[in-house]
Design a protein around this ligand. Sequence first.
Ligand code: G6P
Length: 490
Amino acid sequence: ALLRSQLSGDQVIVVSNREPYIHQRVDGRIEVQRPASGLVTAIEPVMRACSGTWVAHGSGSADRETVDRDDHVRLPPDDPAYHLRRIWLNPAEEQGYYYGFANEGLWPLCHVAHVRPVFREADWQHYREVNRRFADAVVQEARSDDPIVLVQDYHFALVPAMLRERLPRATILTFWHIPWPNPESFGICPWRREILQGMLGSTILGFHTRFHCKNFIETVDRYLEARIEHEHSTIAYGGAETLIESYPISIAWPEGESGSHWPPVDECRRRVFQHLGLPEGHKLAVGVDRFDYTKGILERMHAVERLLEKHPQWLGRFTFVQVAAPTRGQLDEYREFQERIHRVAQRINERFGATGRPVVRLLASHHGPEQVNELYRAANICMVTSLHDGMNLVCKEFVAARDDEQGVLVLSRFAGAAREMPEALIVNPYHVEETADALQRALEMPAAEQRERMASLRTTVREFNVYRWAGRMLTDAARWRLRRRIEERV
Ligand code: G6P
C-alpha cells in the first residue's frame, strides 16, 4: 500500500533479462517454474505490489503459448496483479548478448573471482542490439512521456541512455545487482566508456553497498570527463545528472503471506532426514546456490573436508547437502566448473566412505521454493561462502525460514549481505582453515547463542525487507520528480 501511495498513479515499467515465471512444456502439459535468480526473488513481490509492466526475455519452451496477441501475459498465474511483456530473442542474439557479453564478459569482469572475462566484438554488437530492442519495448509500453522505469542489472547497461534519448522526461532507476569492481579491473573492458555512458542515462543508479558506489564513481572519474559531486554523490555528464546511491536489496518477509504457513520445523526435519536416510541427532549443513563459480562451492567442500580431518568425531554424524541449480550450462567455464565439483564431491565421499554414508550430497537440479524452505528449516547450518556477491539473498531466505530461532549462518565476508548480518559467523571463503573452524564452532554452538544471533538477524531482515528497498528508491525518485516540477514552473 505504501508503495502504491508513493507512486500516486505513475506507471512503473521493469526491464530485466530473466522473467519471473518460465512456462515449460513437460509431457504435453504446461508447467510453471520459478527461476533461481536473486533478482527475480526481489523484484517479483514489488511488481505484485505496484501492478506495473515487466519487460523480460521469454525463455521457456511454452512461453509463447501463454501470451496474447501483443505478447503480454498476466501474472502471477494464479492471482494476476501485473503484466509481463516478453521479448523473443533469436539464438544468435541470445548467444551474443546473454551468454557472450553479459555472462562471459561483464559477469566475471564485475565479480573478480579469478575467471578471465572474454570480450568479443560480435557479442558486443548483439548486446547493443538487444539493449536497443528492450529500450524500444519500453517506449512502446509507456503510456505517458514520464513513466518510472526500473532497469535491472548488467544485461542492460546501455538501456538507460537509450531511454533518456527517447523519453527525456522518464525517471530511470537503474539497479546493478552484482558488484562493481575498482577502476583498474573494470578498465580492461574494451567498451568501458560506452558502458559508463549508457549507465549515466539513469536518473538514479543503485548498487547494494556504498563500497560499490565508490568503485563506480572512481571508475567514471578515471575514464570519462564528468563532473562528480562527492558531497551529494551525483555525477553530471552530457547535460544530465545521476544520483549514485546504495540500496541493499532484500526479500519479502514471509509473515502474513499465503506461502508462510510452513509445516513445523520438526516435520521438515523428519521429512528431509527420512529422504536422505539420516538418523536422529545427525548434523546437517546446507548450501543453496545456482551452480556458479562465484558462489564458493569448491571452497565450501574443502572446508567440509578439513572439518572432518581436524574433528573426526563428526564422521558418520555430519552431512553437507549442496543444492546446485543448473545455470548457464552452455558456457565451457560453467560446465567445467560443474564437472569439477562433481569430481571433488565424489573424492571426498570416497575418502570418508568407511562411515557408509556419503558426507557430501550434491543435488544438481532445480528445486522449488517449498523444497528449499524445507531444507532451510531442517538444517543446523547454512553455508553461504560466495567468493564475491552483490548481496546474496540465500542467507536472508534462510534467516526468514527459521521462525524457531535456531540454526547457524556461515557467511562470506565478500557477500554484500555480510555488512548487514554481522551476527552470522563471518568467514573468508578463500581461507579453508577459517571456514572449517567456523563450521566446528557452528556445530558446537549452544541453542541459546543460536537463538540470540538468529533473533537479531531476523529483526534486521524483517525490517530491511524488499519493500523498504523499493520504497527508498521510489522515495528518492519522487523527490527528484517533485524538484523537476518546481524547476519547470519557474
Ligand atoms: C544473478 C543476476 C541476475 C540473474 C541471476 C540468475 O542474480 O544478478 O540478473 O537473473 O543471477 O542468472 P540467470 O543467468 O539464470 O538469469
